[in-house]
Design a protein around this ligand. Structure first.
Ligand SMILES: NC(=O)C1=CN([C@@H]2O[C@H](COP(=O)(O)OP(=O)(O)OC[C@H]3O[C@@H](n4cnc5c(N)ncnc54)[C@H](O)[C@@H]3O)[C@@H](O)[C@H]2O)[C@H](O)CC1
Ligand SMILES: [K+]
Length: 519
């Protein structure tokens, strides 16, 4: 699903009105009708129920006036609180204000403490609160009397519905600089805004509904929306049905270069995940002196012993063996558990330069690369890097805190600078492509913050790469299904008990859920 910035939404709005001739008041009416439809779905029959509607001075407020009218028409008792002087309200919003005044819907301007107290009293007695204070026009932070109003809304136990954007969230960045409406449901128009899909903005939306309000396709198709929310239909377009006549060779051979003394589990998780993602053949290249350990833990993956001079970690001499193995592979993952010793770093650099098949670089391979990040630009093959914020910090020299403040920017900058696909892991994993496009992943849960889940993700992405998926498709499908498997596992076991192996066990069910969508 495409994701828009508030500026793009505003442009679509304006062009629908000026180029196509759809009056803004019609878009506003469509928006209001969709909001009322969603309120009824959540609150039930509104007859005799009390609705408190908050309206700002812009078109978000205009939507709110129209919502108030329709609630009134279906029998709700409606009271409208306006967070500005009526004289400041213009254009379509003013038209809708005048309409509700003519049909005797009570309106109160909240411009002093007296009205705030009245608002507080009315809150206590209402069944639902509708937030139409700010939408895509919001900047900065909420202050003054509106701040008090928002505090009362959030401390009430009432059901809160936000129109377009919870007031206080920056629709573009997702930043919440001050207080913000915490909604149970947000009905956003035309396209989700980036700020509703990433932290902290996504914490305030509650259930997010995307409502079509009639922007013509000819207008929205002309807008270059560079951000995609990965959803089931997106992934089902990536994962092909399997033809009946096939063999292991049809589904890719992948090599996973992994392991060092005491770090053999990550390679096992990675290899099993690659198999569960549908790989035909999975080869695990490991330090030769550790090969027996893997042999006891694995059945399906084929273990390839690599030169380690008996030391339990890959030696520089293993590079020729690895390059040779790559010749018969379709994709490779490098990194899980290889250790961050200096000679391993040198080895990683040489592998990246010499690789002849698409690569996934994870964990210690990333730590190795962070000593000379420029080596990424010397790769002759597509490279996907899968850093968590700590690894991203080491790769970029930017603090974790600053990375987390603008995940999309830092992922996009890194991809553009080093010509790689960046999978910046975390709540709402971000995927960036070298040409600046962004994918946001909505699946996953805090239960997945446990050892080995990163190795599982690397295996899934590598498995999809080996099956011939384009790099960004392998990353998008991999991240989505990894999180979906985690959600399925958490539903069964809870978030506390979830371990990395559960993701592997649930991955087939996640994939089946997607394939069922293909109908
Ligand atoms: N196609 C669509 O998406 C449609 C959207 N509609 C609705 O219109 C709003 C956007 O309306 P706009 O007037 O541009 O902005 P807002 O109503 O969000 O802003 C209100 C007003 O608030 C002022 N303001 C901004 N930041 C602050 C602040 N920190 N403190 C105080 N005041 C602030 C700003 O000056 C604005 O004037 C969209 O969200 C939809 O709800 C259309 O109705 C239908 C089509
Ligand atoms: K709002």
């Amino acid at each position: 699903m495409k994701v828009a910035t508030p500026e793009q939404i505003g442009r679509m709005d304006t062009e629908a009105i000026t180029k196509i001739g759809i009056p803004g008041i019609v878009l506003m009416e469509n928006a209001a009708l969709k909001v009322v439809e969603e309120i009824v779905k959540s609150v039930g029959n509104l007859k005799e129920k009390k609705a408190v509607v908050l309206a700002g001075k812009g078109n978000n407020g205009g939507d709110a006036f129209a919502v108030a009218r329709h609630l009134h028409n279906i029998g709700a008792k409606v009271l409208v609180f306006i967070t500005s002087k009526k004289s400041e309200i213009k254009n379509d919003a003013e038209i809708n204000l005048k309409i509700i005044e003519r049909i005797n819907i009570e309106t109160v301007e909240i411009i002093s403490e007296n009205e705030v107290l009245k608002f507080k009293e009315e809150l206590e007695a209402c069944d639902v609160i509708i937030d139409g204070i700010f939408g895509t026009g919001f900047k900065g932070q909420i202050s003054g009397i509106i701040d008090e109003v928002v505090e009362f809304v959030n401390s009430s136990s009432k059901y809160v519905v936000a129109i377009d954007i919870p007031s206080g969230v920056n629709g573009e960045t997702g930043k919440v600089l001050g207080r913000c409406i915490k909604a149970h449901k947000t009905i956003t128009f035309s396209y989700p805004k980036i700020g509703l899909l990433i932290n902290p903005g996504c914490e305030y939306t509650g259930e997010l509904v995307i409502a079509d309000i009639g922007i013509p396709k000819i207008i929205s198709d002309a807008v270059n929306m560079e951000t995609t929310l990965i959803d089931e239909s997106h992934v089902s377009g990536i994962i092909p049905e399997r033809c009946r006549e096939s063999s292991k060779g049809n589904y890719g051979r992948v090599l996973i270069v992994s392991g060092s003394t005491g770090m053999t589990g990550s390679g096992c998780l990675c290899a099993k995940a690659a198999l569960r993602s549908g790989s035909g053949l999975v080869y695990l290249g490991v330090p030769s002196s550790l090969r027996d350990i893997y042999g006891t833990q694995l059945v399906e993956p084929i273990v390839i012993p690599l030169e380690d001079k008996g030391k339990g970690y890959l030696s520089k001499e293993s590079i020729n063996e690895i390059i040779k193995e790559m010749e018969r592979m379709d994709a490779a993952a490098i990194g899980p558990g290889v250790s961050s010793r200096q000679d391993i770093s040198d080895l990683m650099g040489e592998l990246i330069i010499s690789a002849t098949i698409p690569l996934v670089l994870d964990a210690d391979a990333l730590n190795a690369v962070s000593k000379d990040v420029g080596v990424l630009r010397k790769s002759k093959v597509p490279v996907i890097v899968t850093p968590h914020p700590g690894e991203m910090s080491r790769l970029t020299g930017i603090s974790i805190a600053d990375i987390q403040k603008d995940r999309i920017k830092h992922a996009r900058d890194f991809s553009g600078k080093y010509n790689v696909i960046t999978v910046l892991k975390g709540a709402k994993t971000i995927i960036a492509t070298p040409d600046g496009r962004i994918y946001i992943n909505p699946t996953g849960n805090p239960g997945m913050s446990t050892a080995g889940t990163g190795d599982v993700l690397t295996g899934i992405i590598t498995g999809f790469l080996g099956q011939g998926f384009a790099s960004e498709d392998a990353a998008a499908a991999g991240v989505f299904l990894h999180g979906l498997a985690g959600d399925i596992a958490a539903a069964k076991k809870g978030e506390y008990g979830l371990i990395a192996g559960d993701l592997i066990d649930e991955l087939p069910h996640a994939i089946n859920k997607i394939l069922q969508k293909k109908g």
